[in-house]
Design a binder for this molecule. Structure first.
Ligand code: 13P
Length: 305
C-alpha cells in the first residue's frame, strides 16, 4: 500500500475503533504526521490518562505503552511493534531494585518513567525529565535513590540540595554523545545555542547551554531568539522542531543520536495493529495497582522544565 492509502486507511480505522494515536517526539516523520498528539513522556502519559478514546495506539517504545495501560486500564493499548523496547528500562529489574532498597532503607525511590511496570511498582514516585527536579524537591525526605538512569540522576543531584544515589543505568543513544562533539559544535557554530537531553553524560550536560526534556526543547525552540540551535537528543525531534519553526535551523549534535527502537513503528504496522488489535500491552493487576500510585504521584507534579 502507498503511504497516502495507508494514511487514509488509518483515518478510517481510527473512527471504526474509536482510537487515538499518541506518538513520542522521537518517532519517524510519517508517524508524527498521523498522530493525534506528538509529545514528551509526560504529555503522552497525561493524554493517555484523560483520553475518551477506547483504543490507544502508542507509537513509541514498550514502557510508554505500558505506562498508558497502567494509567488507563479500561482501554485497549496497542504497541504496533513488540520489538520496540528500551535498553535503559532493561538495566534494572524489580529484584535488583529490592536489593538496592535494602542497602538504603531510609531513602525514597524515585524512578524515571523509562522503566518496567515491575520496577515502577517498587518505587514511591515516577518522574519524567520534564518534572524530575520539581518532584524530588517536593518530597519530604532529602535522601533519594534514583533509578535507572545515572546521567539524569547525577544531573538532578547537582541541581538539588538533596542526596541523590543513582543506579548504574543509561540510555545507549544519549551516552554516545561526547565532550569533543560539543566542543566541535561550539567552534563550528559559535552563533548557535547548544541544548542537550539530561540523559547525556554529565560532562556533556555541563558544557551545553541548556539541558532539557524533549518537551522543554520544543518550548525553547519556539521561544528562543537564536536562529541556529544544536540539538543533543534523538534525531526524531529535529523533524518536529524544524516543522514548527520554519525560520530557524536545527542541527543534530552527534550522528550517533538515533534510537533504533523508536524507528520500529511504521505506517503499515499501525494499520495492521488497528485492523487486528495487534500488539496489545497489559500489566497484571497486582503490579499495575502499585505502579499506578507511583505514576499518579508523577502526574500530579506539573511538567515544565
Ligand atoms: P522525554 O521526551 O520525556 O524528554 O524523554 C526522552 C526519552 O529519552 C524517552 O525515552
Amino acid at each position: 500500500m502507498f503511504d497516502t492509502k495507508m494514511v487514509e486507511r488509518i483515518g478510517e480505522l481510527k473512527k471504526e475503533r474509536n482510537a487515538v494515536i499518541l506518538a513520542h517526539n522521537y518517532q519517524p516523520p510519517a508517524i508524527q504526521d498521523i498522530a493525534d498528539l506528538v509529545g514528551d513522556s509526560y504529555e503522552l502519559s497525561v493524554k493517555a490518562s484523560q483520553t475518551e478514546a477506547e483504543v490507544i495506539v502508542f507509537c513509541g517504545v514498550h514502557f510508554m505503552a505500558e505506562t498508558a495501560y497502567i494509567l488507563a486500564p479500561e482501554k485497549t493499548v496497542l504497541l504496533p511493534e513488540k520489538l520496540a523496547g528500551c535498553p535503559l528500562a532493561d538495566t534494572i529489574t524489580a529484584e535488583q531494585l529490592k536489593e538496592f532498597k535494602q542497602e538504603y532503607p531510609s531513602h525514597a525511590v524515585v524512578t524515571y518513567v523509562n522503566s518496567s511496570a515491575e520496577v515502577k511498582a517498587e518505587s514511591y514516585v515516577c518522574v519524567t525529565s520534564s518534572n524530575a527536579l520539581k518532584v524530588i524537591n517536593s518530597l519530604e525526605t532529602d535522601k533519594i535513590l534514583f533509578t535507572p538512569d545515572k546521567n539524569l540522576g547525577m544531573y538532578l543531584g547537582n541541581k538539588t540540595e538533596k542526596e541523590v544515589r543513582v543506579w548504574d543505568g543509561y540510555c545507549i543513544t544519549h551516552e554516545r554523545v561526547t565532550v569533543e562533539e560539543v566542543k566541535r559544535a561550539r567552534e563550528e557554530h559559535p552563533d548557535a545555542l547548544i541544548i542537550v537531553h539530561p540523559e547525556c553524560p554529565p560532562e556533556v550536560t555541563r558544557l551545553a547551554d541548556e539541558a532539557l526534556s524533549t518537551g522543554g526543547m520544543i518550548r525553547l525552540g519556539a521561544e528562543t531568539s537564536y536562529d541556529k540551535i544544536i540539538v543533543g537528543t534523538e534525531m526524531g525531534l529535529i523533524y518536529r522542531l524544524s516543522k514548527e519553526n520554519p525560520g530557524k535551523e536545527f542541527k543534530l549534535l552527534s550522528p550517533g543520536l538515533v534510537c533504533p527502537n523508536m524507528k520500529y513503528i511504521t505506517l503499515d504496522k499501525v494499520v495492521e495493529s488497528l485492523e487486528n488489535l495487534k500488539g496489545q500491552v497489559t500489566v497484571p493487576d497486582e503490579i499495575a495497582v502499585k505502579a499506578r500510585e507511583a505514576l499518579e504521584r508523577m502526574i500530579s507534579v506539573p511538567s515544565g522544565d
